[in-house]
Design a protein around this ligand. Sequence first.
Ligand SMILES: C[S@@+](CC[C@H](N)C(=O)[O-])C[C@H]1O[C@@H](n2cnc3c(N)ncnc32)[C@H](O)[C@@H]1O
Length: 239
Amino acid sequence: MNNESGGDKARRVRDMFGTIAGRYDFLNHFLSANVDRRWRRACVREIEKRNTVPNPGILDLGCGTADLSIAFSRLGPVIGCDFCEPMLHVGSAKIAAAFSKRICLIGADALALPFVDASFDIVVSAFVLRNLADIKSGFQEARRVLRPGGLLGVLDFGMPRIPILAMIYRIYFQRILPRIGKIFSGVEGPYGYLPDSVQAFPPVERLKEIAEGSGYDNVEYRLLTGGIAILLTGRASQD
Ligand SMILES: C[S@@+](CC[C@H](N)C(=O)[O-])C[C@H]1O[C@@H](n2cnc3c(N)ncnc32)[C@H](O)[C@@H]1O
């Protein structure tokens, strides 16, 4: 996997989420004991605090089954994009069931978005950055479609900072979670790949530097649940 090209990684990630799309929501909430919902709500609150635009246009990158899109739709109209059709199908059914007219889902690659520059007031993303073939390109493409001064909010996994919590978490993450994920999804899939991808992911201090070097100001981060998740926010710099 180390010598994998960008195209190979994208294909592998897309296929992997395609195989578990129908069980993704259940597994997500079950394996995180529902804490993932709190993390998405924290992301909405942080962005809401910083937002000054009424009814902002929002893009959810790698929206998957649309949980973050749904959480953000109370702030403004949301476009959710993802390159995995089966994940979008699950998301579309949830949006239809909620009768939401403020969310539209489209098939698109986060690294080559089908939008002109400065199209959005807010770009958000949850648990996607780790999966991209190139993190910096992801930040840059999000910056391109943000208007200057627009807001970025990124959620992803981190590593707990408290040693005892880190130890317990490692055991859960590396030994227990992939097995439960496999039992319920029937495939190795993302739950086998998750621990490796999180360990290969840069620490949040480095992510902050990458964001700052990709056209964002006021980049800040918060550790959630002792560092199990990270929430990074920034503002697209004025051109
Ligand atoms: C872990 S899921 C997260 C889904 C959703 N954001 C959530 O909070 O549950 C990662 C999602 O990112 C999508 N993804 C990964 N790389 C992508 C890319 N380059 N372009 C678009 N979507 C991508 C996958 O298809 C998958 O649906």
